[in-house]
Every structure is written in structure tokens, then in C-alpha cells.
Ligand binder design. Structure first.
Ligand SMILES: *Cc1c(COP(=O)(O)O)cnc(C)c1O
Length: 424
């Protein structure tokens, strides 16, 4: 018998705050000890006690092809043999950019960075630099990484000034983050009416995945586009999660609204750290070295990470009906969850967009953060731990999105639904 999860977690707690290097991994909101993962194979992960789980987290989204997908691993190994990093241009960057722009065809130029946080942070700087304005609009419940400006949240109401939601974010900075309600077109309109001349940009998850899965309504997105056009603000779609996940072209597969800037991450790195900012040339060329807006990164465009992204996107692009197949599995899964819950007299609200799915223990449709927060957390905790015991690895929070990979087949979906039948 090797090391137990419990022992590993105790050791980790000596080294890291909360025993982890990113907060949600600690399972704080569901209690218990997080499994320490030894390896992944296709749709499964195995912990260090050799328990096997069907994985619906997939490293929080990147692994749409499942764990250790042969073409990705081969590309990584082949590239690594040639050296890990040069801090100089490689043609791999061109290759990945070409793949991304073949799908996001309304974008003209990209810049690669290493994390989604960096991508959105850069998008804001770009928007502020281009417009010469300071304020940004974000929506309650949307997550855009942990950069200072974006960790601000309102106390209440649409037009209040942002108060920092984390100590360490100066008020002087947070006051430039204006908070609005998701899916509330009138609220956004009011905010612009009051402060439109100072708003550099609107940043939104067009398919919100960080308050649970809450898609934006088409009319709401259209309204934001119109407001940005009327007031000369830049519209940013943060598709770090939804890009190449909800559809090939993310939220743009579900709406005809087109933003000025898109941020991507997660899937485009296939499990290694890659993220990107994309936009029209006229906007993007404001970035250094030809523009004045500074941005840089020692490991940006890292060759090994590019190789993982290229192998992943090639496979995605070459697989016919990929998102339809994944969407059918997601639909089947949430339908199964809902039926199982309802049979027990438990209310469940569900949603899916391509390979993304979500469920809330809630009697009412969830359109915004308040709706999401009104869900029954105690029930989620019970469900989560029962599913984990049955070998189903779900995100340890009701306010996260679940993901289907191509390696999670119909049988595994059936198995998961069967597990759910006795987990409520
Ligand atoms: C994950 C995520 C981020 C942050 O990406 P990191 O790589 O974790 O920094 C930003 N925006 C959205 C929508 C995300 O889902």
C-alpha cells in the first residue's frame, strides 16, 4: 500500500496554504480530503490509492480529448527533445495561430501568453490604452482570472462602484471596475447612461462558466454590442473556458454578436499553459513592440505548450461532428441527472453548451449570480461526496462547469447516471 490521500494532503498542508496551489482544489466547499492524482487515461483519472474516477473536471476544461491523448503526448515529447524554451520565435507559434484564426475568422492578430489571467489582464490594458479611458465593466459571477482589476465585485445593485472582493486589491483600483448584473440589459444600459464616457471596455463570459453554467441570452449580448458601439467602448468576450469547448468557435457558435477582443486559454493549450488575446489588427497593433502598450512574457509561446495546442486543435478541427457528439452526451447526462433527482422529489436546473454542462439544486431557472447563489449547497455537498465514492469525479463546487471529453463515452455517461440515481 502506497501513500494515502490523507497523508499526502497532510504533507501538502505543511508546504502550501490550504495544501494546494489553486484554491478550488482543496475541496473546502465540499469537505473531505481531495484525491491526489497519480495518472490519467482517456476519460479516467486514478488517485494515489489507485481509486479510479470518471473525470468530468478535465483539468478545469483544457482536456477535451481526454487524458494522455496519444497525438498530444507524442507532439509534446517530440518537441521537448529539441529543447524546452528559447525565448525566441518558433514556427510553432505561427502554426497554432493559423489554426485558431481559421476558426475565429473575425480576428486578425493574436498574442500568446501563458495563462487566462494574463490574457484578460492584457485585454483590459489594451482596451484602456486604445480608448484612453479607465473604467471597465464586468458582471457579477463572471470570473476572468485573478488580476487586481477583475477581483472586484459589487456589494449590491448594478451601478455601484466595485469594492475589492479580495484584501490586497487597492480601492483606488477597484473603483474603476463597474459591476453589472448578468443577463440584465437594462442595468447595463443604465450604467452606460451614467458613465459611458469613462468606460474603456465591457468584459464578459458570453457563456458564463464560473458561477455554474449560465449562458448569456442573445438579446443581452446584442444589447452590450450596441452599447459599446454607441459609447466607443471595446467589447471583450472572455472565452478562456468556452473557446473550442462550447463549440469550435465557442460562444460565437451560439450568437451572431461579435466582440472586438476575444481571450482564449484552456483548450488551446491542450493541458499545457497557453492563452491568447485576439482582435482586429488595428486594435492589436497597439501592443508593444509596434505599439506603445506594453506586454511581455518569458515563456509566452513556449514551443512545448504550442505543440500540445497544435495537436489538440488539429484533432478537434479534423474530427467531424465533434461538438454535436459531445453535446449529445452532455444533454443525456444532465437529462439523466434531472430525472434521477426529480424521481427523489429533488428539483434540479440544468444546462449544457456543447461539451460544457451544469446543474443547480434550484427550483427556478438560473439567469444570474443571485439565482445561482440561491441553490441548495447542502444538497450539492451530499451529492458530490456520494458521486465521488461511486467513482465519479465532479468539480467540488456547484458554481463550476462540468466538462465532457471525447474519451467519456456513452457507457460512461450511463454509468454516471446510474450512480446519480442513488446519490440524491
Ligand atoms: C479559467 C478562466 C480564466 C483564468 O485562466 P487561468 O489560466 O486560470 O489564469 C479566465 N477567464 C475565464 C472565463 C476562465 O474560465
Amino acid at each position: 500500500m502506497g501513500l494515502s490521500n490523507q497523508a499526502a494532503f497532510e504533507t501538502a498542508n505543511r508546504f502550501f496554504p490550504g495544501g494546494v496551489n489553486s484554491p478550488v482544489r482543496a475541496f473546502k466547499s465540499v469537505g473531505g480530503v481531495p484525491p491526489f492524482i497519480d495518472r490519467g487515461e482517456g476519460g479516467y483519472i486514478y488517485d494515489i490509492e489507485n481509486n479510479r474516477y470518471i473525470d468530468f473536471v478535465q483539468s478545469w476544461g483544457p482536456l477535451i480529448l481526454g487524458h494522455a491523448y496519444p497525438a498530444v503526448i507524442e507532439a509534446v515529447v517530440r518537441t521537448a527533445r529539441k529543447g524546452l524554451s528559447f525565448g525566441a520565435p518558433t514556427t510553432l507559434e505561427n502554426e497554432l495561430a493559423e489554426l485558431i484564426l481559421s476558426v475565429y475568422d473575425f480576428l486578425e492578430k493574436l498574442r500568446f501568453v501563458s495563462t487566462g489571467t494574463e490574457a484578460v489582464m492584457t485585454a483590459l490594458r489594451l482596451a484602456r490604452g486604445v480608448t484612453g479611458r479607465s473604467d471597465i465593466v464586468k458582471f457579477r459571477g463572471c470570473y476572468h482570472g485573478h488580476s487586481d482589476s477583475l477581483l472586484a465585485e459589487a456589494g449590491s445593485g448594478a451601478a455601484t462602484f466595485g469594492a475589492p472582493s479580495s484584501p490586497g486589491v487597492p480601492l483606488d483600483l477597484a473603483k474603476h471596475t463597474l459591476i453589472a448584473e448578468y443577463n440584465d440589459a437594462a442595468g447595463a444600459e443604465k450604467l452606460f447612461a451614467e458613465r459611458g464616457g469613462e468606460i474603456a471596455c465591457v468584459a464578459i463570459e458570453p457563456i458564463a462558466g464560473n458561477m455554474g453554467l449560465v449562458p448569456a441570452e442573445e438579446s443581452f449580448l446584442r444589447g452590450l454590442r450596441a452599447l459599446c458601439d454607441r459609447y466607443g467602448a471595446i467589447l471583450i468576450f472572455d472565452e478562456v473556458m468556452s473557446g473550442f469547448r462550447a463549440a469550435k468557435n465557442g460562444a460565437c457558435g451560439f450568437t451572431r454578436v461579435r466582440p472586438d477582443i476575444v481571450t482564449l486559454g484552456k483548450v488551446i493549450g491542450g493541458g499545457l499553459p497557453v492563452a491568447a488575446i485576439g482582435g482586429k489588427q488595428a486594435v492589436m497593433d497597439h501592443l508593444s513592440p509596434i505599439g506603445k502598450i506594453y506586454q511581455a512574457g518569458t515563456l509566452s509561446g513556449n514551443p512545448v505548450a504550442m505543440a500540445a495546442g497544435i495537436a489538440t486543435l488539429r484533432t478537434i478541427i479534423d474530427t467531424p461532428n465533434l461538438y454535436e457528439t459531445l453535446g449529445a452526451r452532455a444533454a443525456k447526462l444532465v437529462r439523466g441527472f434531472k430525472e434521477a433527482a426529480n424521481d427523489r422529489g429533488v428539483a434540479l436546473e440544468t444546462a449544457f453548451r456543447g461539451s460544457m454542462f451544469g446543474f443547480f439544486f434550484n427550483e427556478k431557472p438560473v439567469r444570474n449570480f443571485d439565482d445561482a447563489l440561491a441553490s441548495d449547497s447542502a444538497r450539492f455537498v451530499k451529492f458530490h461526496s456520494a458521486m465521488l465514492k461511486k467513482g465519479v469525479y465532479l468539480a467540488p463546487s456547484q458554481f463550476e462547469t462540468g466538462f465532457i471529453s471525447i474519451a467519456v463515452n456513452d457507457e460512461m455517461i450511463d454509468e454516471t447516471i446510474a450512480a446519480a440515481r442513488s446519490a440524491y
